[in-house]
Ligand binder design. Structure first.
Ligand SMILES: C[S@@+](CC[C@H](N)C(=O)[O-])C[C@H]1O[C@@H](n2cnc3c(N)ncnc32)[C@H](O)[C@@H]1O
Length: 277
């Protein structure tokens, strides 16, 4: 894990920069997001980027953030982070596990999914709730980030997990985390856009922004699964999300709430699909 005081220089670039253009000196990683690409460096990269923009005038630097790693990941905890039965560590250390506790060793690097964010926390809790009564064996994790939900599902008993992310840096980070947790043989990682690639599974976990959910809920995509765990939106959006749900999806109560964010557990029954769904 990076030192919390490690400086980070994050350059926001307008436009989706293809990975093949990014053989840049000192580049720590790349985070594509909608119409922007965020480039992470541990030292100022103004000179490198000046020549990059000269060669590629189709891209434009919009912002430069300077912060330290601790601020970026909201300070990686030194103590294990406990979320219900999950105990999360960011570096190798001796930990005492109470009966039933599950250890997750997640080094997030600069990727989303350390366990600190309320959406991740509520998705982890939703996984525990679902696995209490059901045992989905085949799981799909859309927008895996650090791989935290995929790893948690594997540790809860899933025999195979497929995990996707748009961001190649997330895939590399998740791969390292799967090895750390001894589940690399059961988690298949793939750099892919979940708008286009939706493999079959019993359970699908989605913790991606609201705009993604809007398209994911259209048509019958969701109806191919047996269960879904859907997070990534604020409580103010709950009604809108519920109205978007296809008829095959039944909302299980209770919803999992975590400081203003909501995660839904859905049980899906194809029989409830209407002809025009
Ligand atoms: C909020 S993070 C969730 C990370 C982790 N699953 C968790 O629960 O903490 C969302 C992730 O989805 C990825 N993502 C966004 N849109 C995507 C898409 N269309 N297809 C695949 N991944 C996507 C982002 O790169 C990011 O890593």
């Amino acid at each position: 894990m990076l030192d919390p005081e490690q400086p980070l220089h994050v350059y926001e670039v307008k436009g989706g920069v293809p990975p093949s253009y990014l053989d840049l000196e000192g580049l720590l990683g790349v985070w594509p997001e909608a119409d922007y690409t965020y480039l992470f460096f541990t030292a100022p990269a103004d000179t490198t980027l000046r020549s990059f923009f000269r060669e590629h005038p189709e891209f434009r630097l919009t912002r430069h953030y300077q912060l330290d790693y601790g601020q970026w990941q909201q300070i990686a905890p030194q103590e294990p982070l406990v979320i219900d039965r999950f105990k999360i560590i960011t570096k190798q250390q001796q930990v005492q596990l109470a009966p039933g506790e599950i250890l997750l060793w997640i080094d997030p690097g600069v990727i989303f999914g350390s366990g600190l964010h309320p959406t991740t926390r509520s998705c982890l809790r939703a996984l525990l709730t679902l696995y209490r009564e059901n045992k989905p064996s085949k799981v799909l994790d859309l927008g895996t980030g650090t791989g935290i939900l995929a790893i948690a599902a594997a540790k809860l008993g899933a025999a195979s997990v497929e995990a996707l992310d748009l961001n190649p840096m997330a895939i590399a980070t998740a791969a390292a985390n799967c090895r750390r947790n001894g589940v690399a043989g059961r988690v298949r990682l793939r750099k892919a856009d979940a708008h286009q690639h939706l493999p079959a599974a019993e359970l699908v976990c989605v913790n991606i922004h609201f705009d993604f959910l809007e398209t994911f809920f259209k048509g019958t995509k969701l109806c191919r699964y047996r269960w879904a765990i859907v997070g990534g939106f604020l409580i103010q959006k709950l009604q809108e999300v519920v109205e978007l749900l296809p008829t095959c999806a039944e909302l299980k109560e209770p919803k999992v709430e975590e400081t203003g964010w909501v995660t839904l557990i859905l049980e899906i029954d194809r029989q409830r699909m209407r002809p025009n769904d």
